[in-house]
Write a protein of this length. Sequence first.
Length: 315
Amino acid sequence: MKHPELPLVDVGGQKKNYLPAELCEILPDQPFRGKLTDEHTANMITVACQPPNVNGNAIVTKGLDELGFLHPGPALTSFGVSIGPHMAVVPGRILPKPGLKYANNKSASIDERASWNLRDIRFAVGARLDKWAVLLISDGGRDEFRGPQDPALGPVINGFMDMCRKSGMGVGEQPPVVAASLPRANRADPLRKSAIASIRETLMTLKSKPALVLVMLSSGDKNIYEGLKHLCDVYLGVATVCVHVAKIRKEKGQLQYFANVALKVNMKMGGVNHKLDDRASQWLSAMPTMVVGMDVTHPGPGSARGTRECYFCDV
């Protein structure tokens, strides 16, 4: 009589080394090299996002101790190696705060925390938002609108349009609203290609091609976001701004959220949010200068096969 095959664990090595799970034990403080869930990623960022003094203190106390450098053993001392308990001191300086200008040369002051209030501020150059649409993503989220006729949707769209106007944009008529009901996620389609096909079909129902689509996402599914961006940027040639429906319809902090989204919309429509004042930008015109901003992404654990690192440059 054959025994059913039991799941085995590949414990690694130069060759595959399989052991029964009941014989394995995971020691504490082991690194996890797989793909984290969104919840775990958010928790990790919360822990990692600490002030410099907190990180520095953790390195010279807990860090040195856990790495075995606080009291080095014979493996290091026999070679005359010692680890200092203090971090290197690097000279630095605080740069002067830049000045920002908005419409009619109105200035906004920046505080010591490098933040500023945009209340009653109008964009330096307000764009026109005439030909646009709203796409509702239905993917099982609890905060989704029930469709284009949902009575709760109108106040949200009107509130966002009012914020765009207050910020200096020219906004036309009410946009058309369409809804894409996505097929549920399954293991046979990890990249949600069928869902992206459904989004494409929905967008093609619009009578005319919009200049911008405001997408109300149901959840934080990265495959939906990335697939939708690729579809609209590469194939449809339509600018998109994505928002989480749970955030844009939440009354607490809604006006601030509207303002943050309006910043993105104004830029995508060709507007200018703010300018540096003449004093802050003198160094740019002192000699021929090129400003380059670069983001570098590396394929992480669980990335699709064939993914390569990418460089995104803005000049």
